[in-house]
Design a protein. Structure first.
Length: 662
């Protein structure tokens, strides 16, 4: 077929020759998707809060506002299916607000299922909705029976801003949408602000509107229709005492600006920027840091006071630009934590367990890339706690515990790191059971007496599990090696602690960003090695017994009355050649304590732009990445978590990974 209609439906034709209206609608849909994701998140959060605290009116109003705002946005784009679904949700929520409906388990299930279907509809528009759990096909929410509410007459005075049309806002679409709330009886335009034709700006908006509306909707629902116009209009909304004829003269009241809290996302003003643009900016800042480092080195070599002074000034500005660019990618981790409210609720019910989720430190910020990468490890840890860690209500009561189990997600900032804890008050780890399984697997000698930390480390061995039967949520330990690898790929460290009968805590320590860090540069032989500056505790002169006749790659020595394990990086990484007469020991803070790293030279602080290793080198142990120094030399970034484990294992006389190069 070659009809005009089929040509318009051809994606190739449309893509090659888009009309201005198509471009406007495409941009509007992109904006709608961003707004819809936020509203869906707020809607689900509100519903879950309602389930935990049925008398929390703020949660109910928040869920209603989210559904209403989403309906308004969908209505302006003609997304009828989304409008119908949100209207059903809104009707149920409104009945709950008015006391015409009581919140029961069945009603909550319908609301959550309706929210899931709404998420699927939005996802089908072209952009996947990020969900903590996959939603099965569900039926839409059935709204409550109509209630004979009293209709009220309202008069609206809408004064548009001059730039409204330039911002892509069509006043008539908002006015037409009022018909979904009731009946628009009349619309009158006012042209008092029109200027003579010669001085008229054709792109400006010069018309004001007076509208008579009959509706059962409350005042806030009417005002919410114009929430998107907050910065581009003034709205005066007054009830009328009696039904008014269509052309009733109106005395214009003093315009009142729409409240700044019309919708939750309008509480903070922001600009949406594409993530790839931010990533590109950070990459450019990284290149600038490297170039600036080279310029500083050149200025020092030239020994020109003016050049040195200028380079120091540039250095300060580059640091400020670096901090600002990295700050743009920082997002609150609470957005990730909030996804687990639904996971805990659904899995708790499927397991027959009563579990409360406590979220702390949700405003702690972390690099967006890291927040996204954390979703899977956190999901695994949460599921482990729900399935294996927390007991049933009957078991808890039998052991003198409250029937409801507690799961805690907490984030705190510590120096240049973020600490994330996943903790439960469940049954804790069974040391004897873990140790017995390790002996059967040949991981531990039958006569060994490892301490608790060593026993807990066994859970991170590949394939290690103490689960009696395999399920979708099998016991603690399955996949923990994968969790560790994922955390360490983010330059993080993970540890586990547990008390029998009291619970288990998994602690993840992460840097704030993966892009640029403050590093501490050292040298071994002719290779530069970088440590994160925030974990460097001190640098000391090498003890005498290590300077003479030393050949071991690891060991321990007494540092001010405390035993300090150490690694000789020259021996561990297989560097040949003669050892220098003087070496230094860098004491670093690991998750399980301090260790010393023996190096040849200390080169001081260094702004480090982190570069990933190539495919041929990613298997190298104890190396987290690379960086380019100012004069073009490549330095390696050390993985302190892996080095700490290597040091401890070496001291316990387990094999050292390194060997002399062939």
């Amino acid at each position: 077929m070659t009809s005009a209609s089929s040509s318009r439906a051809d994606p190739a034709v449309t893509a090659n020759d888009p009309s201005p209206d198509d471009e406007i609608m495409a941009a509007a849909r992109v904006a709608f998707m961003d707004e819809a994701l936020d509203m869906l998140r707020l809607l689900e959060q509100g519903l879950l809060r309602m389930e935990q605290a049925p008398r929390d009116h703020d949660a109910l109003h928040g869920a209603f506002r989210a559904a209403h705002t989403l309906k308004g946005a969908a209505g302006m784009l003609g997304l009828d299916a989304v409008v119908r679904q949100t209207h059903a949700l809104e009707s149920t929520l409104d009945a709950l607000r008015e006391g015409e409906l009581v919140l029961t388990d069945e009603t909550m299930a319908e609301l959550l299922h309706g929210s899931d279907e709404l998420a699927q509809q939005v996802s089908a528009l072209g952009q996947p909705v990020r969900r903590a759990t996959a939603s099965a096909p569900v039926a839409p929410v059935t709204p409550p029976a109509p209630v004979a509410d009293l209709e009220r007459h309202w008069h609206l005075c809408l004064r548009m801003g001059e730039d409204a049309l330039r911002h892509g806002l069509d006043p008539l679409s908002f006015i037409r949408y009022l018909d979904t709330l009731g009946r628009v009886q009349s619309v009158r335009t006012s042209h008092d602000r029109l200027t003579p034709l010669q001085a008229l700006d054709p792109e400006g908006c010069w018309l004001d509107f007076e509208i008579d509306l009959v509706t059962t909707a409350p005042r806030e629902a009417i005002a919410d229709v114009f929430g998107f116009l907050q910065d581009d209009c003034e709205l005066a909304l007054e009830p009328m005492p009696d039904p008014a004829p269509a052309l009733l003269p109106v005395t214009e009241p003093t315009p009142e600006p729409i409240a700044e809290t019309a919708t939750p996302t309008e509480e903070v003003r922001f600009i949406r920027v594409r993530a790839d643009k931010l990533d590109r900016l950070v990459d450019l800042i990284g290149e600038l840091v490297t170039a600036e480092s080279g310029a500083r080195s050149a200025a020092r070599e030239a020994r020109s006071p003016r050049c040195i002074e200028a380079s120091e000034r540039v250095h300060d500005l580059v640091q400020s630009a670096r901090d600002g660019a990295l700050g743009l990618r920082m997002v609150p981790i609470g957005q990730t934590f909030s996804r687990f409210q639904r996971v805990v609720r659904d899995l708790g019910k499927s397991l027959g367990k009563d579990i409360a989720l406590q979220v702390l430190g949700g405003d702690t910020e972390l690099d967006r890339v890291m927040v996204e990468a954390l979703a899977d490890p956190l999901m695994h840890l949460v599921r482990n706690s729900l399935d294996h860690g927390l007991e049933s209500a009957e078991e808890r009561l039998a052991h003198g515990k409250p029937a409801r189990g507690q799961l805690r997600l907490e984030a705190t900032q510590e120096a240049g790191n973020v600490i994330i804890e996943v903790a439960d008050d469940g049954r804790g780890l069974d040391r004897d059971r873990i140790l017995a399984k390790a002996v059967r697997c040949g991981l531990v000698a039958p006569d060994a007496t490892p301490d608790d930390d060593q026993v807990h480390e066994l859970l991170f061995e590949p394939g290690f599990s103490t689960a009696e039967q395999v399920t979708d949520l099998s016991g603690r330990g399955v996949g923990m090696d994968v969790v560790r690898r994922q955390v360490e790929s983010l330059r993080g460290q993970i540890t586990l602690s547990s008390t029998r009968g009291q619970g288990t805590t998994v602690r993840i320590r992460l840097p704030l960003t993966l892009a640029i860090i403050d590093g501490f540069l050292t040298r071994v032989a002719e290779v530069g090695y970088v440590l994160p500056l925030d974990i460097v505790a001190e640098c000391i002169e090498t003890p005498a017994h290590l300077r003479t006749g030393h050949s071991a790659s690891s060991g321990c020595f007494d540092l001010r009355g405390q035993v300090l394990p150490y690694l000789d990086l020259r021996a561990c990484f297989g560097h040949g050649g003669e050892r220098p007469a003087r070496q230094s020991l860098v004491v670093v803070r690991g998750v399980t304590g301090r260790i010393g790293l023996l190096v040849d030279r200390l080169l001081g602080e260094h702004q480090t732009v982190i570069k990933p290793l190539g495919p041929l080198f990613r298997h190298l142990p104890c190396i987290a990445g690379s960086t380019i120094l100012g004069h073009g030399e490549v330095a390696l970034i050390l993985d302190v978590g892996a080095l700490t484990r290597l040091c401890i294992d070496s001291v316990r006389q387990r094999p050292v990974f390194a060997s002399e190069p062939s």
